[in-house]
Write a protein that binds this ligand. Structure first.
Ligand SMILES: [Zn+2]
Length: 202
């Protein structure tokens, strides 16, 4: 049985998926969530049928991975011609960087696949050991105000820390998105930008 409910994922993964589906919709990508939690029985079945390289211990079993596919004529579609790169970019903008997206894997690519930690032996062994990954930072945009905006402004540098997301903040966000080289330049602060700025300050 295929499970595709958001609720079957861990809390932080749920938060990422909700933000990602919104972002896909904003960007005109016709997609749907295809699979979230996967039981060990289904994983073994997929392996036996040759659809998966993993016999057990995949990240879907740990409720931190999900697959998003395109919708064509009302049906899920894996067609290579869909805008998979644009889908991967929504993950990057939400801070699901590098090997969190199966489209960036080198041994084999898994275009619909996202997970909240990179697919490295170290990161994945933390998950298998019971580690719960943190959820995303808040999305902030033009005209927002409050302490979270102040926090963002303190990371942006060369800006008034007044808690108001005005034009100055928006332009500064765009500047950092641009020099990051991988974030979409749209002036909206999402998890990917937060992560980028925090790494820079460190
Ligand atoms: Zn997957």
């Amino acid at each position: 049985m295929i499970t595709n409910s958001i609720e079957s994922l861990c809390d932080s993964a749920q938060a990422f998926v909700k933000q990602q589906l919104d972002l896909c919709s904003d960007r005109g990508l016709k997609v749907r969530l295809f699979e979230t939690y996967r039981s060990p029985e289904r994983q073994l079945d997929l392996f036996n049928k040759g659809y998966s390289k993993l016999k057990r211990g995949g990240m879907h079993e740990y409720r931190i991975a999900w697959d998003i596919v395109f919708v064509k004529e009302g049906k899920p579609s894996w067609d290579k011609n869909h805008k998979w790169k644009a889908l991967g970019q929504t993950g990057a903008d939400l801070g699901l960087d590098g090997l969190c997206w199966g489209g960036n894997w080198t041994s084999f690519t898994d275009l619909p696949h996202f997970q909240v930690v990179p697919a490295t032996p170290n990161d994945q062994s933390l998950i298998r050991g019971g580690y719960t990954p943190p959820g995303p930072f808040p999305i902030l945009k033009y005209k927002d105000r409050g302490y979270q905006v102040k926090l963002l402004q303190s990371l942006l540098t060369d800006i008034n820390i007044d808690g108001m997301y005005g034009n100055q903040t928006k332009e500064r966000v765009k500047f950092h998105q641009s020099i990051s080289g991988y974030l979409t330049v749209d002036g909206v602060a999402r998890n990917g930008l937060w992560k980028y700025l925090i790494r820079k300050v460190k």
